[in-house]
Ligand binder design. Structure first.
Ligand SMILES: *Cc1c(COP(=O)(O)O)cnc(C)c1O
Ligand code: SF4
Length: 338
């Protein structure tokens, strides 16, 4: 285990020292490049390889089917076209109100402050999304504030991605202060995978910032497999929970990664040990390049039925799909249409 090295290193230097070269990733894991390298290089031209070393440290050396590796290693299957798998499955390009704001559900909207993520997940529906043209600037704030105040149903802002925890604490503090100045905003949600891939992102400054806000803070992390939750990561998550920050988890059901009820049952228990509640289990968005992670609806139902039978109800994540044009995430199960 090379992991302990990252427990001492601050998150900023970890974020500026990501693995982006497929050959380096394979050799770090002592995998023979022969079978995997050429596909990885080709696929990374479309969506770059990007993975923090602390996350690689949780992978099994020598295992080409490691469930964490499969989430980040570009694969030649991504280059195949499949009917129904498109670049913008959720129609988000059309749904943008103006830069940074994606308001599709009544009481809450997504606010994108950065297009950057610490890790590139191969199944991500945002792999084709043109972020860079779409970020709010400081001078957009008065217009954004006016928009929020014209929509009295809004009581929650969701910082989403990109990944908001790739921003500095100073920048986050500026935005939190802006949002706090709008009386109708009660909740601030932060959707982030950074605590899983660079646990040191949960530093003292961040905790202080979040616990001192007048907003009720909900951090929604993204972990798909219990191997992502080593003791160090769990200790950081527990620290947040001890400071009265609500921490929830969303996972995506992925063929070859976590398409097994025992794995998902362990994931829920492991999260709960750290004080984190399972929230959503998403079925895959049909994004171009992610077809090899897709499962049949009958397989999804079988897995979910087994989870239900093996977990207490409070540890069962809600099985959902996001459907373009719907007013909320759509609950699934026993439904043959997905
Ligand atoms: C997922 C999502 C949300 C948050 O939905 P919850 O069900 O409250 O977690 C909000 N806005 C958009 C556009 C979303 O896609
Ligand atoms: S938005 Fe989330 S799922 Fe997508 S690449 Fe970034 S961290 Fe991964």
């Amino acid at each position: 285990m090379i992991n302990y090295l990252y427990q001492e290193q601050n998150w900023q230097s970890q974020l500026s020292d990501l693995i982006t070269d497929p050959l380096e990733l394979l050799t770090t894991l002592e995998l023979s490049p022969d079978d995997l390298l050429s596909g990885a290089i080709l696929a990374s031209e479309q969506f770059k390889l990007r993975v923090p070393r602390a996350f690689v440290g949780k992978m099994n050396v020598g295992d080409p089917y490691d469930p964490l590796l499969l989430q980040v290693l570009p694969h030649h299957l991504e280059l195949e076209d499949h009917p129904g798998f498109v670049t913008d499955p959720l129609g988000e390009e059309a749904a943008n109100q103006f830069p940074g704001i994606l308001h599709k559900y009544k009481s809450r909207f997504l606010l994108t402050l950065t297009g950057a993520c610490a890790v590139h997940c191969r199944y991500c529906f945002r792999r084709h999304f043109p972020y860079q043209e779409n970020l709010p600037k400081r001078e957009d704030w008065p217009q954004m504030k006016a928009y929020i105040e014209s929509q009295p149903d809004i009581n929650e802002v969701i910082l989403s991605g990109g990944d908001p925890l790739t921003l500095s604490n100073r920048k986050l503090a500026e935005w939190i202060e802006r949002l706090e100045s709008i009386a109708q905003i009660k909740f601030l949600r932060i959707h982030s995978r950074v605590p899983i891939v660079i646990p040191n992102r949960v530093d003292k400054e961040l905790i202080t910032l979040l616990k001192n806000s007048r907003l009720r803070i909900i951090l929604v992390i993204h972990s798909n497999h219990p191997a992502e939750l080593d003791d160090f990561t769990c200790s950081k998550l527990s620290e947040l929970v001890q400071h009265h920050i609500t921490v929830l988890n969303q996972a995506v059901l992925l063929k070859g990664v976590n398409d097994s009820a025992p794995v998902l049952v362990n994931l829920s228990y492991r999260l709960f040990e750290a004080g984190v509640m399972p929230y959503y289990l998403h079925v895959l968005d049909k994004v171009k390049g992610a077809h090899h992670f897709d499962l049949l609806s009958s397989q999804v139902n079988d897995i979910y039925r087994e989870i239900l039978a093996n977990l207490p109800g409070f540890l069962v994540p809600k099985l959902v799909r996001e459907i373009a044009g719907e007013k909320n995430k759509t609950p699934l199960f026993g439904d043959s249409t997905f």
